[in-house]
Design a protein around this ligand. Sequence first.
Ligand SMILES: [Zn+2]
Length: 97
Amino acid sequence: MITGSFNKGTPQRTCVGCRQRDDQGAMVRVTRNGSCLLVHRTKRLQGRGAYLHPRSSCLTKAQKGGLSRSFRTAIPNNSFVEIREQILEMRSEGSDE
Ligand SMILES: [Zn+2]
């Protein structure tokens, strides 16, 4: 089935913060390793992951529930501190936006 011109091959993902759909490339991917969170630029990675816009407001919303829901477990606060730093680093390197 062909679904019009909306999807031109860029995968759409839902942000666990603001719950809006966006291009996968506009987001970072968050994966869980035990109680540790890891942030990746979106590439092909195996395993369970959540997508998040690399901005503070989305991270805050994700912290309030989106990510715990995605991973079906409570995420410690210090894990959010860590990924916030990683995301901010990515932002300062990147030139998109
Ligand atoms: Zn978002």
